[in-house]
Design a protein around this ligand. Structure first.
Ligand code: CP3
Length: 351
């Protein structure tokens, strides 16, 4: 690589996170937190003052700083690239914004084949700021691996079709059930964008990827298998060709964990509603990630750590276990409590 921002490749061979993803023995249980960067950190609120969410994702110095903040503070075993699942859509020209306290809002929801055809495919030229931020980060992170990520086709489709956040995903499912040709075209389009977006991040130095299908839990296993899994599988297959481990995460997916694993993940993310004892046999010969209830950080420390210990114990039965919350860090979380949790997981004896 000739870019002035690229650093010599750091030695990640001792990374407990990557070892767990590959199902290898680990020196300690690795831990990171979904949404570890963000509103729970005063240093994040400070650098985001007067800067829009999307702007902060397109300004490499800021992206690097925000991604590094939780790594410096907690000493977690992985960084997650600071971005959003809708960022690649914004980059190809979809008119959308991320509204504070609301989430992604799309100006002209996608409903027809023409609407789908109007969304360009993603090329690296759409996202030079991502390449630059990832290259800079890999240099700063040294021996801490960086997780690249993308939104899975169903979850991203929900924002595009509904026009914003939705509980029922009614318009999205109406398209899935009633207009299969539009649905397939949309899923193919988003899958291509997601895979290309992951390729950019891995080419620039990300050493693992996570596919977020946060809202897949809204589906029956039959509908997931027929209308969603093939497209997520195509993203995960393309990511697999890059040679990096893949994590596949969703919320409320206790009925889908087997299918999410079969979609091609090395590790399946489990939310807090499903005990790992139940999740592990479902995912088969794969690792698991999770799954402490994100509200347990509001409990007394010893209550939180007792639950964490149960999760670490249960995780031993898996091919590999990465400790995490069952979903993202809630904005009112006390960072000191996450620091104590990180230290507890690291110190927990494995034999
Ligand atoms: O995990 C991390 O630290 C990396 C950053 C990250 C963000 N979004 C930053 C963000 C990641 C991995 C995402 C993924 C994402 N975005 C998902 C999948 C993960 C999940 O939580 O299930 C989804 C569904 C979205 C869509 C989205 N973007 C939502 C629901 C929201 C929250 C709305 C709100 O303000 O409560 C966003 C905005 C967003 N993305 C914020 C952050 C830090 C908050 C915006 C802000 O700080 O101003």
């Amino acid at each position: 690589m000739t870019s002035p921002t690229s650093a010599p490749a750091a030695d990640l061979s001792g990374s407990a996170f990557l070892q767990a993803l590959r199902g290898e023995p680990v020196p300690h249980t690795p831990v990171w937190f979904m949404r570890q960067a963000g509103r729970s950190l005063p240093e994040y609120l400070k650098v985001r003052e007067g800067v829009g969410m999307l702007e902060s994702c397109m300004e490499p110095d800021l992206t690097i700083e925000i991604t590094m903040q939780p790594v410096r503070r907690y000493g977690v075993d992985a960084a997650i690239f600071f971005s959003d699942i809708v960022l690649p859509l914004k980059a190809v020209g979809v008119d959308l914004d991320i509204k504070p306290g609301v989430g992604p809002v799309v100006a002209e929801p996608v409903r027809t084949l023409e609407d789908v055809a109007a969304i360009p495919d993603l090329t690296p030229e759409h996202v030079p700021f991502i390449t630059q931020a990832v290259q800079g980060l890999v240099g700063e992170l040294g021996s801490t691996p960086l997780i690249g990520f993308a939104g899975a086709p169903f979850t991203v489709a929900s924002y595009l079709v509904e026009g914003g956040p939705s509980k029922e995903h009614a318009k999205t499912k109406a398209m899935m059930f009633g207009a299969p040709e539009v649905w397939s075209a949309l899923m193919e389009k988003i899958a291509g964008i997601a895979a290309a977006y992951l390729e950019v991040q891995v080419a620039a130095g990300a050493s693992a990827v996570q596919l977020f299908d946060s809202w897949a839990g809204a589906l029956t296993p039959q509908d997931y298998a027929a209308h969603v899994q093939p497209w997520s599988a195509s993203v995960l297959a393309r990511a697999g060709e890059l040679g990096v481990p893949r994590i596949h995460f969703g919320v409320g997916t206790s009925n889908l964990l087997d299918l999410m694993g079969e979609a091609g993940a090395d590790v399946v993310g489990v939310d807090w509603r499903t005990p790992l004892e139940r999740a592990i046999p479902m995912v088969g010969d794969r690792g698991v990630q999770g799954n402490l209830d994100p509200t347990l950080v509001f409990a007394p420390t010893e209550v939180m750590t007792a639950r964490a210990a149960e999760i670490i114990e249960a995780g031993r039965a898996a091919k590999g276990h990465v400790f995490n919350l069952g979903h993202g860090v809630l904005p009112s979380t006390d960072p000191d409590q996450l620091a104590r949790l990180t230290d507890f997981v690291h110190a927990y004896p494995l034999d």
